[in-house]
Design a protein around this ligand. Structure first.
Ligand SMILES: [Zn+2]
Ligand SMILES: [Zn+2]
Length: 904
């Protein structure tokens, strides 16, 4: 949303403060409403202030002078806030994953309210698992990377304390109670004097909803923002919500910071590791100096390549001390983000959200290198897991996975380093300065960090907003716009889906409601499964017509038939092709089984990326960081077949979305977000649970047998596994067996000896080739002696044509090369027939080339004569054509060469 729209909305809400902003607390405590003399915005205060608390009207005044009675550490701050709200009737819930699987437009959870937003029929809905609640939600944001570790307050991940409530009968509360609680938290729990708390009027425009908000600030630091989401849609087209939402978000990082008054918020956020780390990495921490520096620069927006130090300071000395410290802060931020992201199933890659993870990972590695810090990523991860265990105990369960992924990425980085060093050497020799575009390309396609280019003095500074530019593309929306509906289905009721009522029902009667374009049939009910969720459609018959394709538009199923044998209003007998359905169902069920096997064997980062199920094979694309080896594929296949033999029950149930998520977690969204209030859960008991609308067997035994056919890498971080299940798997095994039998028959060997026999044959063949080559060499030496007599003189040159049957291209190459080095004025042309194709080989000695005989062109001209093509360079050319025309060609060779030399 543009800043202009926000400004306009703010003016609108501030024009009626009694309706929107005035809460009971303000009246009771005697807050007065003021207009900022600097920027004109409105704020509420108990003190006597003329300026609003936001930069540049105010700056941080708490650094070195905190307004609280005591100092509160990071983890302790959460415990304090948690017990405050729990004592006042809130449920404290566990954080949601930072990889956002429930909203199609986001890769990462960017705010606590995102946890509770779902999309239903294109509209956003809010659902709270408890009301009211609080949550320590880790949020990931990648739009300020260069400011992270530098400004004192920017992060790629931070903990948003979410305080959420929906006022309904007997539950939840609205703005009066919210502000009352937040004020009490600051004053009572944190001991901040009342007069220090300022509320600033603001607005908030979010995903499909908006409202007004009160930001609360203390000594220039914004601690939280209480948003009162009251309207759906956008300001030009809004409806009041039936259930309004309190969306208060506050940075935990700031709550402990305000109580310590340390130079940066990193000093308190990472208090569990920083002292140890400073010591190990031998970085000096001069608090007095830092306070001086940050008092001056905090609140200023940091732009890349610029330092906010005022002139006159001893810039160099200051910078020498601050730079390594900022590098440490950055390192801590990036590794904390990676710990959460990978623990929640995120995978660094070159595409989509994974791209941002790789950006910060490579930044972290290059910091370690540049500053020669004596610590590894693995150790840093360990420190985060331990230090945060009281708030996020779940991290320790994923310790090994996080470390595995990081070490894989580190190896990849080291591999590219050598290549990078070479490119940098080359760039150093270039005289032209690099354009910004080039710097971006070097980063994106070669992985060269701009800091590296600065270090080698190839560029003077990191281009402004560099990281913003490279990460922006990968921040958001991955939702494709829905295709324009093909048919106008207005007034047609949703098709009753019989395959959900009883998957075994394959014959049924239905009424023909409509026939579109003469061939698309709409029934009142159907057992035909339409193409969706990667599963191909059912086929069969409607009346006497053949069903060729089935698809769904909205809630209506469209059956494409070859030729309707009925008319609208008729009741018809329908029949689904049983064998086809069974095959699709087995393949679909096998997809769930293979997915579960891959996840167990490879790691928790394995998610279904996409899937496709056809009649004779299926494929599952999973997120994984390397190409699967034959051993890994075999292990997946073995495990999958064990699940088949265990004959586990497959239970299908439809549950309210919130209940399904609470019961099974977000793993259910393997196939993406389900856009409805209810989800159909397919539960392979003790193996795999997914939200899925396809057709599935009732037990894994029905799948019969799973055979993995092949795998391939389809994009960075995504591996495709192709497999067959049931009859097609057996057919595949039989086909392979047929190949082995055929080979055995040709070899006259037993089937189990085929490999051994082929291996022996191969070795024999290699040996024969070697012998042939040495005989040819001897022959060449002999023949070379006669060439001077045999060659035909043309002008100052000699032409030797050799079309003797039985010689092959290898011989001609051996001979031609030797001949032209001995006789610079020789043109040697070899014609051979190999595997029933003619081969033309032309060699032109250095004198011959000078006289105008280009071997490549000559080969081309000769090949053309026999209906083929050829080419090459000046000295050597080759081509080919029809074998039966070789004789004809031999007769013409001399004429063609003469032509090339410019006739007689
Ligand atoms: Zn102001
Ligand atoms: Zn499924």
């Amino acid at each position: 949303m543009a800043e202009k729209d926000k400004e306009e909305l703010r003016r609108k809400f501030s024009a009626d403060p009694d309706r929107y902003y005035k809460v009971e607390l303000f009246t009771r405590e005697g807050f007065s409403r003021r207009r900022c003399r600097g920027c004109g915005r409105y704020f509420w205060t108990l003190g006597d202030r003329e300026f609003c608390p936001e930069y540049p009207c105010s700056t941080y005044t708490f650094l070195g002078d905190p307004p609280t009675k005591r100092r509160i550490g990071y983890v302790e701050a959460w415990k304090l806030i948690e017990s405050f709200f729990v004592e006042r009737g809130h449920a404290s819930i566990k954080r949601y994953p930072v990889v956002c699987r429930w909203r199609p437009d986001l890769y990462f959870t960017v705010a606590s309210i995102v946890n509770f937003q779902r999309v239903e029929g294109g509209r956003v809905v809010f659902e709270l698992p408890a009301n009211p609640l609080i949550v320590p939600q880790i949020c990931l944001r990648f739009n300020d990377i260069p400011s992270v570790g530098v400004t004192g307050r920017h992060y790629t991940s931070f903990c948003m304390i979410g305080q959420h409530s929906i006022p309904t009968d007997g539950q939840g509360y609205w703005k009066d109670r919210c502000i009352e609680l937040d004020f009490e938290l600051l004053v009572r729990a944190f001991g901040i004097p009342k007069e220090e708390v300022i509320f600033l009027e603001d607005v908030w425009l979010g995903y499909g909803a908006f409202g007004y908000s009160l930001e609360y600030h203390v000594r220039g630091l914004e601690l939280g923002n209480a948003v009162f989401t009251e309207f759906l849609g956008d300001p030009s087209n809004a409806v009041e919500m039936k259930e309004k939402v309190v969306d208060m978000g506050a940075g935990l990082e700031r709550f402990s910071w305000i109580s310590t008054g340390k130079p940066t918020s990193y000093d308190t956020t990472f208090d569990y590791v920083l002292p140890k780390l400073l010591d190990r990495c031998k970085v000096e921490y001069d608090e007095e100096l830092l306070l001086r520096y940050y008092k001056q620069s905090a609140g200023f927006d940091y732009a890349e390549g610029k330092t906010p130090i005022k002139a006159g300071e001893e810039v160099d000395a200051l910078w020498r001390k601050i730079e390594p410290l900022q590098a440490l802060y950055t390192l801590l931020d990036h590794t904390r983000t990676l710990t959460f992201a990978i623990a929640d199933g995120g995978l660094p890659s070159n595409v989509a959200g994974g791209y941002n993870l790789r950006v910060i990972l490579r930044r972290a590695l290059s910091i370690l290198e540049r500053f020669r810090f004596d610590i590894t990523l693995g150790e840093l991860i360990e420190m985060h897991i331990l230090g945060l265990a009281q708030i996020y105990p779940e991290l320790s369960e994923h310790r090994d996975e996080v470390k595995t992924i990081l070490s894989v990425e580190e190896q990849k980085y080291l591999k590219t380093k050598e290549r990078i060093a070479k490119i940098i050497e080359k760039l150093k020799r270039e005289s032209k300065p690099l354009t910004e575009e080039r710097v971006i390309t070097l980063y994106e396609s070669e992985g060269i960090q701009p800091e590296e280019l600065v270090k080698h003095k190839i560029i003077s500074a990191v281009p402004e907003e560099f990281y913003k530019k490279v990460t922006e593309k990968h921040l958001g929306v991955r939702v494709a716009q829905p295709e324009k509906p093909r048919f106008d289905l207005n007034g047609i009721p949703p098709t009753h889906l019989l395959y959900y009522v009883d998957e075994r029902m394959l014959s049924f009667q239905a009424r023909v409601l409509k026939i579109l374009e003469g061939r698309y049939v709409i029934l009142d009910r159907t057992a035909f499964y339409p193409r969706s969720g990667g599963q191909e459609p059912d086929l069969g018959t409607i009346g006497l017509s053949r069903v060729i394709d089935v698809e769904k538009q909205g809630q209506v199923v469209l059956h494409l038939v070859d030729k309707p044998s009925f008319k609208e209003g008729d009741v018809v007998d329908c029949s689904v092709d049983e064998e086809r359905r069974a095959r699709l169902t087995r393949h679909h069920t096998a997809t769930h089984i293979v997915n579960g096997a891959a996840r167990r064997l490879l790691g928790s980062w394995v998610w279904q990326h996409s899937a496709y199920k056809d009649v004779d094979r299926a494929r599952l694309d999973i997120t994984h960081f390397e190409h699967l080896s034959d051993e890994q594929l075999k292990a997946i296949e073995d495990l999958a077949n064990r699940v088949v033999r265990a004959n586990l029950s497959v239970v299908k149930e439809t549950l309210p979305r919130g209940e399904a998520e609470a019961k099974y977690g977000f793993r259910i969204y393997q196939g993406g977000v389900v856009p409805g209030r209810e989800v159909r859960i397919v539960n392979i008991i003790d193996w795999d649970v997914e939200a899925c609308g396809g057709t599935h067997c009732n037990s894994t035994g029905e799948v019969g047998y799973i055979k993995i056919l092949r795998s391939e890498r389809i994009q960075d971080g995504v591996e495709r596994i192709e497999f067959a299940a049931g009859a097609p798997a057996v057919e595949y095994a039989q086909k392979m067996e047929g190949y082995v039998k055929a080979v055995a028959k040709i070899l006259g060997a037993q089937e189990d000896k085929v490999v051994q026999v082929v291996d022996e044959l191969k070795r024999g063949l290699d040996e024969a080739r070697r012998v042939k080559r040495s005989i040819a060499k001897k022959l060449v030496n002999l023949e070379l002696k006669q060439i001077a007599q045999e060659a035909k003189p043309i002008k100052n040159l000699m032409l030797k044509l050799n079309d003797e049957p039985g010689l092959d291209d290898e011989y001609h190459i051996l001979f031609g090369e030797a001949a032209i080095s001995l006789y610079p004025n020789l043109i040697y042309i070899g014609l051979a027939v190999v595997n029933e194709r003619a081969k033309v080989l032309v060699f032109s000695g250095s004198e011959a080339v000078k006289s105008g005989v280009n071997a490549g062109l000559l080969a081309k001209a000769l090949s053309k004569q026999i209906g083929g093509s050829g080419g090459g360079d000046a000295k050597f050319g080759q081509g080919g054509g029809a074998a039966d025309k070789v004789k004809e060609l031999s007769a013409k060779v001399e004429e063609i060469v003469r032509e090339m030399l410019g006739g007689e």
